[in-house]
Design a protein around this ligand. Structure first.
Ligand code: PGA
Length: 238
């Protein structure tokens, strides 16, 4: 399976900076050994999409509305994400859950994405307090059960799952690979089938390899190390 690196630029780059980084990445002479998806902020989608047009690098969004249109002040429709050239969308990131995004909202967002042929990258992960309380597996299983309720097996099969322990996201340190592998195995037991996930949380070119064991993880969701061309290309190509 081809390696997948999803760059989550969060709110770290201005539109001009995001477009410049996208141009730099597409001009790189380093052959892209894996697949790269760039997820800039909503306001930078058009400029980054224009910079990537005709390249093998894909465009994704960091969030999406759960409805196509209506009185949803400040939300962004999946229709617009499609027309801006997005093929992926991050759903349920811990930054959004921290802002109060509910399981019900996440479920609507998954459905809206699938309806418009956007591939959702569904993030799950426990906080430090939940891990210390011995509740990591229960929390992640609950997040998945809530998010996927009502989806058909074929719809669920179109999602990409990302395990991001909240405590491991920068400025925390990465999880130990065996902690992450154990969680993946619990997720597999829930689904009664084993498909590799994405790992997220302080991934760097130096640590990525220890997670990509060819079985548990097929790639990574990367924040901090995706903000400069050199480490990002190293993550894709190493
Ligand atoms: P990080 O972010 O790589 O900076 O830890 C990952 C994420 O929040 O998706």
């Amino acid at each position: 399976m081809q390696r997948l690196i999803v760059a989550n630029w969060k709110m770290q780059l201005t539109v001009a900076e995001a477009a410049a980084l996208a141009r730099r990445l597409r001009q790189s002479r380093r052959w892209l050994g894996g697949k790269l998806v760039l997820c800039p902020s909503f306001t930078a989608l058009a400029a980054v999409g224009a910079a990537l047009r005709g390249s093998a690098i894909a465009l994704g969004a960091q969030n999406v509305a759960g409805e196509d249109r209506g009185a949803w002040t400040g939300e962004v429709s999946p229709l617009d994400l499609r027309s801006l050239g997005c093929r992926y969308v991050i759903v349920g990131h811990s930054d959004r859950r921290r802002l109060g995004e509910s399981d019900e909202a996440i479920r609507q967002k998954l459905r809206a994405s699938l309806r418009h042929r956007l591939t959702p990258i569904l993030c799950v992960g426990e906080t430090l307090a939940e891990r210390r309380g011995g509740r990591s597996v229960a929390v992640v299983r609950q997040q998945l059960t809530d998010a996927l309720r009502g989806l058909t097996p074929s719809q669920a099969g179109r999602l990409i799952l990302a395990y991001e322990p909240v405590w491991a996201i920068s400025p925390g340190g990465p999880a130990r690979p065996e902690q992450a592998f154990a969680m993946v195995e619990s997720i597999w037991r829930l689904f009664r089938r084993s498909r590799p996930l994405l790992y997220g949380g302080s991934v760097t070119p130096a640590t990525l390899g220890s997670f990509l064991d060819g079985k548990h993880f097929r790639g990574a969701l990367v924040g901090q190390a995706s903000l400069k061309a050199r480490p990002l290309l190293a993550l894709v190509n190493s």
